[in-house]
Design a binder for this molecule. Structure first.
Ligand code: SAH
Length: 214
């Protein structure tokens, strides 16, 4: 039986901190969120390993390091409204719930959305709302967002997400082909949009109006 707390502390030190994520709030959130509760019982002992793991519907829970750099890139300080596209297991959602004021998360598969919702409710994340639908359209009712995180790969940045970004807001999104992408950080300055490439990644596909067709 793995000591989950120890495994989690080691994960943060070896996989996240040692590779250059230094935002102490992000590290603390990742030391706290019980990642093993977001995977199938049979995979719990691997929950803190240095790779993604399968979840239902042929999707994956992202590698811890990727969660670390993507979350840190949003530079959350505590008062923000954040949108996540691709709830999946709900793990990234919980990390955001630790760091922002309110989190809105959209998942395309109803069973993943329901499952993530029940784990998050069980852990007391009352500042998180999950919706089932096409997240490539964003969440216009509650826009604009200070941070937007897309956890699925897309051929181009969905325009609705850029439109729903608050002034000074940050959007992190994997852009590329179906098998490999570049992590693009979009910063919305008052007069301009700045894009930075944070490096290569491999995500499952964003399937929707502004992503891939089925
Ligand atoms: N953050 C999640 C990543 C899950 S994988 C985690 O670490 O567990 C990406 C998720 O994006 C999958 O669950 C997939 O079903 C979902 N997805 C793909 N296209 C989507 C879309 N258009 N809208 C909402 N979710 C989508």
């Amino acid at each position: 039986m793995v000591n989950f707390k120890k495994a989690r502390e080691r994960m943060v030190e070896v996989q996240v901190m040692a590779r250059g994520v230094h935002d102490e709030r992000v590290l603390e959130a990742m030391r706290k969120v019980p990642r093993h509760l977001f995977v199938d019982e049979a995979l719990r002992d691997q929950a803190y390993s240095d790779h993604p793991l399968p979840i239902a519907e042929n999707q994956t829970i992202s590698q811890p390091y990727i969660v670390g750099i993507m979350t840190a890139s949003l530079q959350l300080r505590g008062g923000e409204k954040v949108l996540e596209i691709g709830t999946g297991s709900g793990y990234q959602t919980a990390v955001l719930g630790e760091l922002a004021d309110r989190v809105f998360s959209i998942e395309r598969y109803p069973d993943l959305g329901y499952r993530a919702n029940s784990v998050l409710r069980g852990l007391g994340y009352d500042n998180v709302i999950i919706r089932v639908g096409d997240g490539s359209l964003g969440w216009p009712d509650d826009a604009p967002f200070d941070g937007i995180i897309v956890t699925a790969g897309t051929p181009k940045i969905p325009q609705p997400l850029i439109d729903q970004l608050a002034k000074g807001g940050r959007l992190i999104v994997p852009v590329g082909d179906r098998t490999s992408q570049e992590l693009i950080l979009v910063e919305r300055a008052p007069e301009a949009i700045r894009k930075t490439n944070l490096g290569g990644v491999r995500f499952v596909n964003l399937v929707g109006k502004w992503g891939w067709k089925e």
